[in-house]
Design a protein around this ligand. Structure first.
Ligand code: ADP
Length: 259
């Protein structure tokens, strides 16, 4: 690690990885990273060999969410030994980019960092590698889809119009890059008041499902606004590690992806 990586020509798919599933979104803050980490954990709990590559240059949050915030080692200066947490093999672009300068990195540098994470990290044999993309339609998402034979992409959105509007752009990008879209996930679809049981649709209702239907894409499910999900993410123990209804919901989402 270290220095400024520059991209090389050629494919970036790690040899031992069966499938790469990219998790994208149009907007930031819709819960893409939360969904990515919990899906990774749920897939691992279902017996799959799972890797999680955090490629969100604008805010790499997986070290925090997965509770493994230390630098990976590179004993020979070439290969990188990934980290492990909650049964998932983990690598984050946050380990490779200087924290304050990450967002001003130019495309070629980002592509080089992405390539290093795919080809120099010792991922080993994996059934699934989940890639937490940056929000939007930038260089990282494009390079990943063009060079690494992504099996499919999932797009996470809240039901809010502004989020959906941007989600459409991300879907359009996957379409242009000929990356199959495995489906849409609605996050923060409803809030159940713990005191009175009232259901509030804080970001609107039904928009993601309707969008999936309009585009003829699978609707994979809706996740509620859930305090424990946020607390668990902040604590580095994803909610999917436990046995709550949210963990059950993530287990069901994971089944839909691997069946
Ligand atoms: P993104 O990756 O789209 O930027 P994050 O996964 O980082 O979004 O989520 C943004 C914030 O919202 C985080 O603090 C996260 O814990 C919280 N969050 C995500 N999904 C939920 C949810 N279903 N309920 C409550 N909080 C959530």
């Amino acid at each position: 690690i270290g220095g400024h990586p520059t991209p090389q020509a050629g494919p970036m798919k790690p040899a031992g990885v069966q499938r790469i599933i990219a998790v994208g979104s149009g907007k930031g803050g819709v819960g893409k990273s939360t969904v990515a980490s919990n899906l990774a954990v749920a897939l691992a709990r279902a017996g799959k060999r799972v890797g999680l590559l955090d490629a969100d240059i604008y805010g790499p949050s997986q070290p925090r969410m997965m509770g493994v915030n230390k630098r990976p080692s590179s004993p020979d200066g070439k290969t990188i030994i990934p980290l492990h947490g909650h049964g998932v093999t983990l690598m984050s672009i946050g380990f490779m980019l200087p924290e304050e300068k990450a967002v001003v990195w130019r495309g070629p540098m980002l592509m080089g960092a992405l390539q290093q994470m795919l080809t120099q990290v010792e991922w080993g044999e994996l059934d699934v590698l989940i890639v937490d993309l940056p929000p939007g339609t930038g260089d990282v998402a494009m390079t990943l889809c063009q060079k690494s034979e992504v099996t499919g992409a999932i797009v996470v959105s809240t039901p809010q119009d502004v989020a959906l509007l941007d989600a459409r752009k991300a879907l359009n990008m996957f379409d242009l890059l000929k990356t199959p879209v495995l489906g849409l996930i609605e996050n923060m679809g409803v809030y159940h008041c713990p005191n009175c049981g009232h259901e509030a649709h804080i970001f609107g209702e039904g928009g993601v499902k309707a969008e999936a239907a309009r585009l003829g894409l699978p609707f994979l499910g809706s996740l509620p606004i859930d305090l424990d999900t946020r607390l668990a993410g902040d604590a580095g123990t994803p909610i999917a590690t436990g046995d709550s209804s949210m963990a059950t919901a993530y287990a069901a989402l994971a089944r839909r992806l691997i069946d």
